[in-house]
Design a protein around this ligand. Sequence first.
Ligand code: AHR
Length: 666
Amino acid sequence: MKKIKTISYLLASLLCINTAHAQHSLVVKVNEPKADIQPTMWGIFFEDINLGADGGIYAELIKNRSFEFLKPMMGWTVQQPKKKDDPLAAFNSPVLVVNRKEVNTANPRYIKVSVNNTAKGDLGLTNEGFRGMGIKKDLRYDFSVMYHQDAPGITMYVELVDSNNNVLGGTTVVPNEAGIVWHKIAASFTTNATVMKAKMNIWFEGNGVIDLDMISLFPSDTWKNRPGGMRADMVQKLADLHPGFIRFPGGCIVEGYDLEHRYQWKKTLGPIEERQLIINRWNTEFVNRPAPDYFQTFGLGFFEYFQLAEDIGAEPLPILNCGMACQFNSAEVATIDELDSYVQDALDLIEFANGDVSTKWGKIRADMGHPAPFNLKMMGVGNENWGPQYVERLKIFSKTIKAKYPGFKLVNSSGFAPNGELFDYLNDTLRSMHADLIDEHYYQRPEWFFSNVKRYDSYPRDGSKIFAGEYAAQSDHTVSVNNKNTWLTALSEAAFMTGLERNADVVSMASYAPLFAHIDGWQWTPDLIWVNNLQSYGTPDYYVQQLYSLNKGTKVVPITMGTDVVTGQDSLFATAAIDSATNEVIIKLVNASNRSQTNTVSLQGVKKLAAEGKLSVLKSNDLNTVNSFDQPAKVAPVESAVAVKGKDISVVAEPYSFNILRIKML
Ligand code: AHR
């Protein structure tokens, strides 16, 4: 009954700002630690959805660089300006798609371009980029192409142009090797303007026939300036979250529409021209958000993933296919007899990450440039899988992996919903199997997040830990295209997360999902970070995640109103922690009401406090507020100093605000 009152008050209070002022007295018992907060507590979930990898963080600008899309020339146009009005030109194309699949299964196609005494401008190829190409003024761009020809004789003029065909920069390459072997030629150039949607032309001049493959263009300002690397602004957004872990590669992408299209990590290693692309399952998933040009080229493969995790100080958490395709799609399962290769993939991944360079997979890692181990400690078996068929397969994985790596932690799926028959079956079964970590997903309305803040208060304190592996408040409903990352969704997550932190003895890890969305290429909303070809911004939900992560603390301590934990009384949600490393107390207060609240917090069990604390506030009077490319920080943290009087601090929590207070203990 009390809970119902809280929720209805909260919903009623969403209507307008009330000038009335509430007063609360809270007590924090600094010397009564309740639970350790795991360093992994707040992490990130990465999936190649919404152009997250290809067309997103993976900085390749050329779409369909190796002609392996279902339609081999997708993204490309053959330019023959002089033959513009010749109806036969398209049928007598000088560009032929060749398929050598008998000798090269990973990258079978290339193009054969016949250049017949052609002058510059008469024959060209244009690539449109993923949704155009984001080009920056005064930046170096690195072009490369693999080629093969019987004899030299062709010059290629590479140029970037804007929508009016103004040239933004370019270079000339003269492939001069001949013979049966493929060669790579590369050249760089600098651009003269910033353009959101440029395209690239290659004009051919001369005489001869040339085979081309892996036509590539990268900006030079990638993350850590790695050639062929990742978009630095997008990686920086992740680094700024200081995540405890990175879950990768998903998500449903792990399972695939069918088993043939599942994610297979071994196919994502080695030279990029040997990484066999597959159709992205989000290409066709939503008829109302089709993305026919969405493929996974695996330029961001498992090596790059481990490297990214290492770069930003996060624990890797790979999720592997458990011999089951997506149960919303084909629901195919591998037979138990054929499960060995799936289990072997899991064992080999551990060896790839951690094995000595004398091991098969450790050597492959070393050959890719990382002789030191990546220290992989955990792995997920299955994404959103459920039913006895999952349990049957999971048991085989668990037994084999634990036999070889006893200390290794495994994440088990509890399906796609946080309650119901499927959930209950798995929850009971996994607990009886002594699962290390149970992965729970909740894509729910903001009301659910506010009213489920006590979800983990009643969970068993021993046994399996919880990984809140995918969650996001939905302003409309799951998979609705109308979902927005509003301040209400973020505030509800902030409130809910007080419950995760308060139950840190049960909840070891949590990650918002999905992570990225391209404004012109998304399939699923809401998402934590939005990008276009040049910019990225964090949503209000992003800043909630960031504030939790930056203010994690090491031990939960009690914060109470009277004798009760603060779980929505008068629309206030609270949690407190201490950070043993910095000797600070960290108090998080979420005011989900339309009234200002003066919260007097008394600290017990501490000798002395610094005279001043630091307050970080995220707020908006309008719950519909969103961030945008024009106003990326409309809802963003603002810091100020707060006076501490003895052991009492008075924090005015503004209407609809998330407040974090840090005070040094002396
Ligand atoms: O985050 C988007 C999708 O939601 C994930 O791929 C899947 O695991 C969940 O259903």
